[in-house]
Write a protein that binds this ligand. Structure first.
Ligand SMILES: Cc1cc2nc3c(=O)[nH]c(=O)nc-3n(C[C@H](O)[C@H](O)[C@H](O)COP(=O)(O)OP(=O)(O)OC[C@H]3O[C@@H](n4cnc5c(N)ncnc54)[C@H](O)[C@@H]3O)c2cc1C
Length: 307
């Protein structure tokens, strides 16, 4: 990719601060790991996002769309391409009171959206409210918590397709499965989401949300940077229990450590590198397989060459 040509083309229509070069990805991931991406675009509106992605596709520049970077491990050498970082900020959330729906842009933070729903007496987001992702990222991944997944609250998703068209896709046609959706399989970009909720007392919704937040705080090592659960749940097992039973709690490679609080998490205890996290993932996979013949599959997405 010729960075200069691509960035010049993008800057013709985007504000200067929305196109940046050589941006350290460690500042844009919850793992706090990763070298620089060549180019970063920070679209503030749907129009800007569509423009930027269409330009990148037209110029055949490698790119990836990132939300809150809470499920990504970026290579120590960074990413040779453009990161389109979807930005929220709370200004793209709207209420359709009659239908009991909330519309929000892909870059909105989950907690911000959940709070908005609760304030308007709309329930349904409580279980997933503590997932530290963007709305677009959680829909792309069909993230879930406490027996609920995003598919349970999505009414329709506004996507940008590879042919450049923008369409509303109903929930039933999103191909949602365990931590997957058509977004990933068909290279769609989530631009916005319509959530289907139900009426309830705001105080009761707040209380349930607070309860789930407390449970997370009690169980998860939130004091350290991480990307959440490192592994998908293998059928018939729980990854954290297998890792714990294999005696791997506290195992480490440099500053990358299997959390002592929750064995499903790999945490960054200071200056962990991508290489160390990868080595630890392999160590855990090998040991769990040796002891229980279960192959753990990473839930974390890898970005960049040496990752
Ligand atoms: C402390 C902690 C707790 C967590 N708890 C949970 C949990 O309970 N349940 C759970 O499921 N996950 C959990 N996670 C993982 C993570 O928060 C989720 O996977 C979340 O959905 C990722 O959202 P994001 O915006 O950060 O996506 P990113 O990490 O930025 O991206 C993840 C993937 O989605 C793609 N993507 C992002 N935005 C878009 C978009 N707009 N359009 C198309 N593709 C997009 C990216 O390309 C990438 O492939 C946790 C993580 C942490 C750090």
């Amino acid at each position: 990719m010729d960075i200069k040509t691509v960035s010049e083309r993008l800057r013709q229509s985007l504000p200067a601060h929305a196109v940046q070069t050589d941006v350290p990805m460690s500042e844009y991931t919850t793992f706090r790991i990763g070298g620089p991406c060549d180019l970063m675009v920070l679209p503030e509106t749907e129009e800007q996002a569509v423009f930027a992605i269409n330009v990148l596709r037209e110029m055949e520049a490698p790119f990836v769309v990132v939300g809150n970077g809470s499920n990504i491990l970026v290579a120590d050498a960074g990413y040779r391409g453009c990161v389109v970082h979807m930005v929220g900020g709370g200004h793209t959330i709207a209420l359709d009171e009659r239908a009991g729906r909330v519309y929000a842009g892909a870059g909105e933070n989950m907690l911000t959206v959940a709070r908005f729903c609760a304030e308007h007496g709309l329930a349904g987001m409580e279980c997933v409210s503590g997932i530290p992702g963007s709305l677009g990222g959680t829909v792309a991944m069909n993230a879930g918590a406490y027996e609920k997944e995003m598919k349970d609250v999505v009414h329709a998703v506004r996507v940008l397709k590879p042919n450049g068209t923008v369409e509303w896709v109903p929930c039933a046609e999103m191909g949602f499965g365990y931590r997957t959706s058509r977004v990933q399989k068909e290279n769609w970009i989530v631009l916005g989401v319509a959530l289907q909720l139900f009426k309830d007392d705001p105080a009761a919704i707040h209380e349930r949300t607070n309860d789930y937040t407390r449970r997370r705080r009690d169980k998860q090592p939130l004091q350290y940077p991480s990307a959440g659960s490192a592994f998908k749940r293998p059928q018939g097992y729980f990854a954290a229990k297998l890792i714990d039973d294999a005696g791997l709690k506290g195992a480490h490679e440099g500053d990358a450590q299997v959390s002592e609080k929750h064995a499903g998490f790999i945490v960054n205890k200071g200056h962990a590198t991508c290489r160390q996290v990868k080595a630890l993932i392999k160590k855990v996979q090998d040991e769990v397989y040796r002891q229980f013949q279960v192959r753990l599959e990473p839930e974390i997405r890898f970005l960049g060459e040496d990752a």
